[in-house]
Design a protein around this ligand. Structure first.
Ligand code: ATP
Length: 383
């Protein structure tokens, strides 16, 4: 049975119609998910969307109100965390300060024997090697940096050789630079072991960087479950489009449709008609988007900032700045943030805003162009 991700690795962890209520609140609301063996699967979403509760249900710290959690096809209802073959790493490193690093890692073995043919010391050395801290065994945990402590926490969680690694915001206490380094290390360790990993983060960039697939959660429910590329390029809902990276979303009414799949859309809040190409997206997109819009339907669509071409008023005068066949909008620069490689520019477009990327400084009146093929239809409201 497939997990909807196009691979045929067996399903390692499954949530089947899982709801968790606290009084009136459904922290997790009828969630069905399948995580495959060896997969790096990430739950991402804003604070309070139910990521941590989902992870706690998988770990066994909580039991669902309704629905089933299955490991390798078997229900784990009533099975305590220590019997679920999971390694868990939390936001706080929670290393024991009165033990050495080596003793902390060995503590992870307390409930389990080291793998056949290895001693405890050998297993600890192997794990410290894995997390790239081979000489740290005798050190005091508090003498390590936050990122190093988090790697030791991972080594401890991995010590008994769990089937599944669960990581709950393991980097959120670290500064930005350290987070980037640690996430590369976490990814390397995961692929070296090939261990099924479920990762919780509120950081969409982190989620895109490390995952095989991500579940973008909102209000206790995943709105899209797909590989990072698909979530970014073909967001299934307006929420996903806004949450994952910068995006420009438009709403309007289809006023014309050509045989080659191009729509003319009267955009809300102005008198522009923009063209949107449908059916040019990559495969694997959400069903809502493929429901082809007809004349009269209302649609939402989005265009990523990097797909908007911006030209100053002067450049437009020579009429080469925006290629023929593209949509053209007139806007004014409102503000700019220099990000190093690019500048993130906010434009006023009537009483709406547009986000664009620019290399050179921009000011005053500009013309914005985009290829109809770079517009992605998010939702269609049939009339
Ligand atoms: P954050 O990133 O802020 O940790 P989250 O996405 O992990 O958020 P959860 O911690 O899973 O979200 O919480 C989801 C919802 O359930 C929230 O509204 C939260 O207040 C509520 N909730 C979570 N745990 C409990 C609990 N033990 N008792 C009551 N309500 C809870």
């Amino acid at each position: 049975e497939g997990g909807g991700d196009g691979t045929d690795a067996p399903v390692a962890v499954e949530l089947d119609g899982v709801t968790k209520r606290y009084g009136e609140t459904a922290a997790v609301d009828d969630v069905s998910l399948r995580v495959r063996e060896g997969e790096f699967f990430t739950l991402v979403g804003p604070s309070g969307c139910g990521k941590t509760t989902t992870l706690r249900l998988i770990a066994g710290f909580e039991e669902p109100t309704t629905g089933a959690v299955r490991f390798g096809g078997e229900s784990v209802a009533g099975v305590p965390p220590e019997d679920r073959d999971v390694g868990v790493v939390f936001q706080s490193y929670a290393l024991f300060p009165h033990m050495t690093v080596g003793e902390n890692v060995a503590y992870g073995l307390n409930f389990a024997d080291p793998p056949e043919g290895t001693t405890r010391d050998e297993r600890v050395a192997e794990l410290l090697e894995l997390v790239d801290l081979p000489d740290a065994a005798d050190r005091d945990p508090e003498s390590l940096s936050g990122g190093q402590q988090q790697r030791i926490a991972m080594a401890r969680a991995l010590a008994p050789g769990p089937d599944v690694l669960l990581l709950d915001e393991p980097m959120s206490a670290l500064d930005a630079r350290l987070r980037e380094r640690l996430r590369a290390q976490v990814k390397r360790i995961q692929s070296e072991l090939g261990i099924t990993t479920i990762y919780v983060t509120h950081d969409q960039e982190e989620a895109l960087a490390v995952s095989d697939r991500v579940a973008v959660m909102n209000d206790g429910t995943p709105e899209q479950v797909a590989p990072p590329r698909t979530v970014y390029r073909e967001p299934a809902t307006r929420f996903v489009a806004k949450f994952v990276g910068d995006n420009n979303t438009f709403a309007g009414r289809v006023v014309d449709a050509t045989a080659d799949g191009e729509l003319a859309v009267d955009v809300d809040g102005g008198d522009e008609t923009l063209r949107v190409a449908v059916g040019s997206d990559e495969e694997g997109q959400d069903a809502t988007a493929t429901r082809s819009p007809d004349v009269g339907d209302r649609i939402d669509f989005c265009v990523r900032p990097e797909h908007l071409r911006v030209a100053s008023a002067d450049e437009v005068a020579d009429e080469t700045a925006v290629p023929a066949g593209e949509n053209t909008l007139r806007a004014t620069v409102a503000s700019a943030e220099f990000l190093g490689e690019t500048t993130r520019v906010t434009l006023d477009w009537g009483d709406r805003e547009l986000l664009v990327r620019a290399v050179d400084p921009l000011d005053g009146a500009v013309t914005v162009g985009f290829d109809p093929a770079d517009a992605h239809v998010i939702e269609v409201e049939k009339q």
